[in-house]
Design a protein. Sequence first.
Length: 178
Amino acid sequence: MKNLIAAASAAAALCVLPGLAQAQTAPVGVYGTVGYADAHSNNVDLGVIQGRLGYRFMPYLGVEGEGAFGVKNDDVTVAGVTGHAKLEHEFAAYGVGFLPLSPNTDLLARVGYGNTKVKVSALGSSASEDGDSWNFGVGGQHHFDGVNGVRVDYTRQEFTKDNAGHADVYSIAYTRRF
C-alpha cells in the first residue's frame, strides 16, 4: 500500500509541472459533491454515501464539510461471535488545497478533523462506538462542462482514542460548482 501511495504521489508531482507552467486559474465559489465511499478499518469493509459542501475562496485554498451514512454492512467476528458492523454516521471539516492543472481540472489535498460512529449488532443486541479522528487525503477532480464533474480521492482517518487504529477511505463522487 505504501508503494502504491508513493507511486501515485510521484505521478501527481509529474502532472503538477505542466500545470504550474501554464499558470491556470480555477473558478472560486461554492461547490458540492455526492458519492460513494469504501471505508476499510480493522478488517471491516463498509460502504457509505458521502456528501460534501465546500467553498473555494481562492484558486488554491478552500474549506469543506463532509457527512456520510452507511449503506453496506460487513460481518465481524469477535471472540467467536459473528455480528454485523454498520457506519451510523461520519462528520468532518477540512481545509483544502487545490492545484489547478486547467480551469476544469485540479489535484487536491485536504486536512481535517472528524467524528465517526459505528454500530455492531450480534446475538440480538447492539452497541455503538464513536471516535474522533485527524484526517488527511489527496485526490483529483475534473469538471466536464465547467460546472458538472467527477472527483476521486483517498482519505486516511487516524482515530485519537488509544489503540483505536485508522481507516482508509476511497471515494468517487459527482461534483458540481454553483
